[in-house]
Design a binder for this molecule. Structure first.
Ligand code: NAD
Ligand code: UD1
Length: 318
């Protein structure tokens, strides 16, 4: 692939920083726009043009486009379903207005390639799993609403016939992404890292609801491969893809696997059950056929393999 200048919003966070690492390795020039609300400057390598700023602030967005990017990865956003209920406006600013500002600037600057971090929460409760991209989207969390509104804004722009330069857009409805750098201490980040942190610190595990709800856990390296592979792949232009592993696991099953992998007996481990949280989807599993067909992509990390890599990293975190 020809070397490009790529703007990664949210590049100081969990998913964004892995994208940055891989893009640098592939020889691209990178600009990161991040407000460091949950991300960390430690995740940003020195040879990156880092702009501390907010996607919902047009002046900050302007700075990020001073040198025109060839490609934009729109990853910045609030990732927590729970904080979307405690602070819905902040979700609207970060996830919706932030994405609108970045898309608008892409149009003004004649950028022609745009990839968006969408979410499986756009579906809400589903009639059957594995869920296909053609399933209706009726989000049940405030978070899912902002992710879906932004996704529609991206794709409505992608089909505009009046633009001087066509914006080729691709959205990935990512399922539950996990791996190194996901916070082991923040109760509002992904459940896998929360539970690993709990077990490593010998703390009790909190389960919301009956623990029978299921999620499709996909390892970060598989996610990065899908995004990078699609940059130049015309077949993916204008498309929305599920990005999961393709298998569902209940939350109880997940706790058992984590405990066993860390040498604990699940029957003896202290767990407490709490009221189900708002916006919590029941069962989720991705159909990954569309992405497989269009990109030739296949996940390489099953849960055990991805979990072992994540634990290996977690043990090095002070
Ligand atoms: P994260 O919190 O680690 O990363 C988000 C990054 O965006 C952080 O660095 C944060 O500081 C930055 N940020 C937040 N709001 C910003 C704003 N308004 N302007 C600039 N920077 C801002 O979370 P993550 O898990 O890496 O999620 C990244 C993106 O992927 C989010 O948009 C999330 O909705 C989406 N997503 C995540 C998952 C998942 O399983 N983690 C699944 C589907 C979609
Ligand atoms: C997660 C992501 C979201 C993404 C979505 C797509 C985070 C914080 N959220 O949402 O960005 O769009 O996947 O798949 O990364 N749970 C417990 N105990 C805990 C924490 C969670 O039982 O301590 C339960 C939750 O109630 C939920 C499940 O685990 O049923 C998963 O929760 P969580 O990791 O917060 O993610 P999602 O809401 O699925």
């Amino acid at each position: 692939m020809a070397k490009k200048h790529i703007l990664v919003t949210g590049g100081a966070g969990f998913i964004g920083s892995h994208m940055v690492d891989r893009l640098l390795k592939d020889g691209h020039n990178i600009t990161v726009l991040d407000n460091l609300s949950t991300g960390s400057k430690n995740n940003i390598p020195k040879n990156v043009n880092f702009i501390k700023g907010d996607t919902s602030n047009p002046k900050d967005v302007e700075k990020a486009f001073e040198k025109k990017p060839d490609v934009v990865f729109q990853i910045a956003g609030c990732a927590s379903t729970i904080t979307s209920f405690s602070n819905p406006l902040s979700d609207i600013y970060a996830n919706f207005i932030g994405t609108v500002n970045i898309v608008k600037k892409c149009v003004e600057a004649n950028v022609d390639r745009f990839l968006y971090a969408s979410s499986m929460t756009t579906y809400g409760h589903v009639k059957e799993i594995p869920v296909k991209e053609t399933h209706p989207c009726v989000p049940i969390s405030y978070y899912g609403i902002t992710k879906y509104a932004a996704e529609r804004f991206v794709h409505a722009t992608g089909i505009r016939p009046d633009l001087k330069t066509k914006l080729n857009v691709t959205s990935f409805r990512m399922f539950n992404v996990y791996g190194p750098r996901q916070s082991l201490t923040n109760p509002y980040q992904g459940v896998m890292a929360i539970f690993i942190g709990n077990v490593l610190r010998h703390e009790p595990i909190k389960i919301f609801g009956d623990g029978k709800q299921s999620r499709d856990f996909v390892y970060i390296e598989d996610v990065v491969n899908a995004w990078i592979g699609s940059i130049d792949k015309e077949k993916t232009f204008g498309q929305v893809y599920n990005l999961g592993f393709g298998k569902d696991r209940s939350i109880i099953e997940l706790t058992n696997t984590i405990m066993e992998t860390l040498g604990n007996d699940p029957k003896k481990y202290k767990m407490s059950f709490h009221k189900e949280r708002p916006g919590d989807q029941r069962h989720m599993q991705a159909s990954i056929t569309k992405l497989g067909n269009d990109l030739g992509w296949k996940p390489k990390y099953d849960l055990q393999k991805g979990l072992e890599k994540t634990i290996e990293w977690a043990k090095t975190v002070k």
